[in-house]
Write a protein that binds this ligand. Structure first.
Ligand code: NAP
Ligand code: GDD
Length: 339
């Protein structure tokens, strides 16, 4: 019989890549989608016709229990979150509820539906993946960051993710649940939301190249991140849930680039000189910045056999090409309302 997976955050970047990957592995895939008329659900259905949709919200415990009862999953991937860091300062309480407490509600739904009690054994239970984040490292205490690097989150988002991370670990220890967290570093793609810096840059470059814009406004150009391709990272999520033992893993490339280098690479990919178009804007700086993030993905390489396949330069070129095509064809870039 086909394995069954339930994915929260199905309308997001990772939800779409993960669903594609699991369908390719012969899974029956269920996606939790919220709202009664969510346009992102229709878009997801066009891209992923084979995904079965179940309505629910990470703010609503009963809906999560119903979703688990209906989908009868072998594996649950909790990707749903308020995931844009600047929004977490403006809506800190909502971020805590969705990104933090949402993890508790999903774990409780699984625990209740599978009748798990303290000291239970992980065999035969629903396996749980939590989308933890390198934002938890925040002001880093060492570089590169590993599974044992201390957390010092710098945003309400990072704090909420740290809660979800420790809770997942706690349910594993308290109830013997197969519950793991992937500590994923930034990962991008042509499906990335337009509010995140890589996509903001690739769309900005495409607009300038096509004569639709004259400048690109950005915040801190000195921040450094470890950027990889989302398609590679969802494979790691699946490998974690198929491993013999439930353990947490850091997933990243081990290479760090600055926003300035990202900008340079993207404008170069379109044959443009970035210094003519980029304007820095103090209003786009964050109240507390994460200056640098760089993964040490050795554990995932050794224990899961996971490796990223796409370089930073290939990723940036792919995103710029994709946005040039999208805008030339009159497609909808799906811009958020964030600057
Ligand atoms: P994304 O594109 O922003 O997608 C977020 C998803 O969460 C959307 O499907 C959204 O659904 C859903 N969601 C928001 N509020 C919800 C609620 N109340 N109930 C149920 N679902 C809700 O994020 P992503 O880049 O795919 O990331 C996936 C996960 O990995 C997130 O948890 C993120 O924090 C984490 N993460 C991402 C990265 C990265 O670099 N991409 C790195 C580390 C960790 P709607 O369409 O209804 O809004
Ligand atoms: N979004 C954005 N917009 N970021 C900018 C801009 C701008 O105009 N200018 C500079 N930056 C800098 C930010 O200050 C930050 O240091 C860096 O670019 C990356 O910002 P984002 O792309 O918004 O991503 P993030 O690192 O804050 O968060 C992403 O990665 C996390 C994993 O480390 C998100 O996907 C999180 O959900 C994820 O957990």
């Amino acid at each position: 019989m086909a394995r069954r997976a339930l994915i929260t955050g199905i309308t997001g970047q990772d939800g779409s890549y993960l669903a594609e990957h699991l369908l390719g592995q012969g899974y029956e895939v269920w996606g939790l989608a919220r709202g009664q008329a969510n346009p992102r659900v229709s878009r997801m259905r066009r891209l992923l016709a084979d995904v079965k949709v179940v309505r629910g919200d990470l703010l609503d415990q009963g809906s999560l229990i119903s979703a688990v009862e209906r989908a009868q999953p072998d594996e649950v991937y909790n990707l749903g979150a308020i995931s844009f860091v600047p929004m977490s300062w403006e809506q800190a309480e909502l971020t805590a509820e969705v990104t933090g407490m949402g993890v508790l509600r999903m774990l409780e739904a699984i625990r209740v539906c599978s009748g798990v009690s303290r000291g239970g054994s992980p065999n035969g239970q629903i396996r749980f993946y939590q989308a933890s984040s390198s934002e938890m490292f925040g002001q880093v205490s060492e570089t590169p960051q590993t599974e044992s690097t201390a957390f010092h989150p710098r945003s309400p988002y990072g704090v909420a993710k740290a809660y979800g991370h420790f809770l997942t670990q706690n349910y594993r220890e308290s109830y013997g649940m197969y519950a793991v967290s992937g500590i994923l570093f930034n990962h991008e793609s042509p499906r990335r939301g337009a509010e995140f810096v890589t996509r903001k840059v690739s769309l900005g470059v495409a607009r300038i190249k096509l004569g639709l814009a004259g400048e690109l406004r950005l915040g801190n150009l000195e921040a450094r991140r470890d950027w990889g391709f989302a398609g590679d990272y969802v494979r790691a999520m699946h490998l974690m849930l198929r491993a013999e033992k439930p353990e947490d893993y850091v997933i990243g490339t081990g290479r760090m680039k600055s926003v300035r280098e990202l900008v340079e690479a993207a404008f170069t990919a379109a044959g443009l000189d970035w210094e003519r178009y980029v304007v820095t804007d103090q209003g786009l700086h964050r109240p507390a910045e994460v200056d640098l993030l760089c993964a040490d993905p050795k554990k995932a390489r050794v224990q899961l056999g996971w490796e990223p396949t796409m370089s930073f330069e290939e990723l940036v070129a792919m995103m710029v090409e994709s946005d040039l095509r999208l805008l030339t064809d009159g497609g909808d870039p799906g811009d958020g309302s964030w600057p």
